[in-house]
Design a protein around this ligand. Structure first.
Ligand SMILES: [Zn+2]
Length: 381
């Protein structure tokens, strides 16, 4: 095995990173880009492990079995600092702290590696602090930034970074990964990878949580009930409720895991009472979690709309090509075929554009999700 094993379907990137890790002086700043779910942070972590790998032969770095590789992948290597805006908000003070930490010499490894996931979501002031550190790098520090596309980070940062471009892997590769890494049943993995349209994280969630599967299934069936104005209003309300239920379920799961991790790092037994002196730390985590929940709710509306879109995408494929097409929602083939027979590709394209328009509106304006989605549902009739 090696640290590259989980980078399914990313052969050119693996080759690029493997070569860089074997060099004596790799570039000191890297920008990992790729669509959500393509595995940007997995790639950054694998590269961090390879940079720190203890193998004597440079070409063998990233062995996956030495202590450095294992701890770097698990997120517990002393010389790897990972920041995710999903976990905490990166304040300017935290960015400064990060820059200070970047000045430290590595404690055990050859490099100090700093991974910034969602570099695109940092506030501009924090980014400016970071820029300074990237412009004048300490000699043993390597920065690994992750963002959806190069255009999402300041050009001044981008120009200092070596680019690593990931693609969305084919669904079969995502399914293989779920089988091998997470021990998921092959047929279930295949369905989940396809339904998630190759988004690795969502595919895993669909494969491991029957509630998430059921909610997605209900969203994808909504167009079948769009026949009247009251039906459209109900479908819109259902879509909003399903997206909110999915957000709630995944927050609860992650929040509880983070709380457990914090308590165990503070030495509190699972289920034990939190000593008064530590309560403020727990409270701070809960506040961060509440802020995050508020901020990332839109992601779940977008996901629900992407699932809805996949229905019309399948319809369009059937309308354009009667043969054995690769459907995202293969389980609904009969319903999709019937639906496709009743309309034209032009109609389907117009509906897809309505859904994409509301996705953009939700991101760029403060419109109430229910109102925007009701308007969309009416336009889908
Ligand atoms: Zn190793």
């Amino acid at each position: 095995m090696s640290v590259w094993d989980d980078l399914q379907g990313q052969a050119p990137v693996v080759e690029q990173l493997r070569r860089a890790a074997a060099q004596e002086r790799p570039n000191h700043a890297w920008l990992f880009t790729g669509p959500p779910g393509s595995g940007r942070s997995n790639a950054a972590r694998a590269f961090a492990a390879a940079l720190l790998c203890e193998q004597q032969d440079p070409a063998a770095r990233g062995c996956g079995s030495c202590r450095a590789c294992r701890t770097a992948l698990a997120g517990s290597h002393a010389d790897v600092t990972s920041v995710t805006t999903e976990k905490v908000t990166i304040s300017i003070d935290e960015a400064r702290d990060l820059v200070r930490r970047a000045q430290d010499r590595p404690s055990t490894g050859r490099w100090r590696v700093i991974i910034v996931e969602d570099a695109d979501r940092m506030q501009e002031r924090s980014t400016n602090v970071l820029l300074k550190a990237i412009e004048e790098p300490p000699p043993r520090t390597v920065w690994l930034l992750c963002a959806p596309s190069p255009g999402d980070v300041l050009v001044t940062i981008r120009s200092r970074c070596r680019a690593v471009g990931l693609r969305l892997p084919p669904a079969d590769d995502v399914a293989d990964l779920l089988v091998r890494r997470d021990g998921i049943d092959p047929e279930l993995a295949r369905q989940a990878a396809r339904a998630a349209q190759s988004h690795i994280g969502i595919a895993k969630r669909l494969a491991t949580d029957s509630g998430a599967r059921e909610r997605r299934d209900r969203i994808v069936r909504l167009p079948l009930s769009l026949r009247s104005v009251p039906g459209a209003m109900k479908a819109a309300a259902d879509l909003v409720a399903l997206a909110e239920a999915e957000a709630q379920a995944s927050f609860e799961e992650r929040d509880a895991a983070e709380r457990d991790a914090l308590l165990s790092s503070l030495g509190v037994e699972p289920g034990g009472t939190v000593p008064a002196a530590l309560r403020s730390q727990v409270k701070r985590l809960e506040e961060d979690q509440a802020r995050r929940a508020k901020r990332s709710k839109n992601d779940y509306f977008d996901r629900a709309l992407t699932d809805l879109l996949s229905f019309y995408r399948d319809v369009l494929l059937l309308q354009l090509d009667a043969g054995g097409t690769d459907l995202v929602n293969a389980g609904l083939r009969a319903e999709l075929e019937e639906f496709a027979g009743k309309g034209s590709p032009e109609q389907t394209l117009a509906r897809m554009e309505e859904i994409n328009a509301v996705r953009r509106r939700l991101v760029t304006t403060n419109v109430q999700p229910l109102l925007a989605i009701e308007a969309m549902a009416l336009s889908l009739l």
